[in-house]
Design a protein around this ligand. Sequence first.
Ligand code: DX5
Ligand code: ZN
Length: 217
Amino acid sequence: MSHLVAPSLLAADFANLASEVEMVNESEADWLHLDIMDGLFVPNISFGFPVMEAVRDLSVKPLDVHLMIMEPDRYIERFREAGASTLTVHWETCKHLHRTVTEIRRLGMKAGVTLNPHTPVMMLKDILPYIDMVLLMTVNPGYGGQTFIPGSINKIGELRSMIDEEGYDVLIEVDGGVDLQNAPVLIHAGVDVLVAGNTVFSSSDPAEVIRRLKEPV
Ligand code: DX5
Ligand code: ZN
């Protein structure tokens, strides 16, 4: 499978959201990545259901929703209604992770689990058979435009081996500090989905950056 690219809307111009979503619609992007932050799990607040529903009505790309919120179980159904195709929860926020991912799948979404940079991939060992994607944070979650944490490359390799050895059908997504320089390295290390915020939206030609991120390595 060739890798997927998911531009992160967090870095878009929110005063012109419709044209930003339109740009993504017309680009080679595979998914649109939406970051939901609650000001508790992460020290920032992004946007909620009204914005997400407006984006749902405009987007032709599947919505890849990254929840950075405490107690995500309270809102699983609400995010399905708001248009989530993939719903990703943080390992660090879930006491009963198996129940959470089972519920996400029961409601017809793909279930993802996200790890903070300090959480070892070994913690996923017993949940991998029940999920569709792992999102490895390559910065500390909460803000766009941060610098990629280099040690993440080892985690990607480790997770790739865990998945391949057991033959699981689980995608690896990375999020944070992805750019045109490190993208080929990430793909070589075993990544399936690249999330990119600032690299895409701060460019004068975002669609061209998406095209280059999509290029085979
Ligand atoms: C950070 C978010 C990211 C963010 C990435 O907590 O999860 O999706 O938008 O932004 P960049 O690509 O600018 O690091
Ligand atoms: Zn994200």
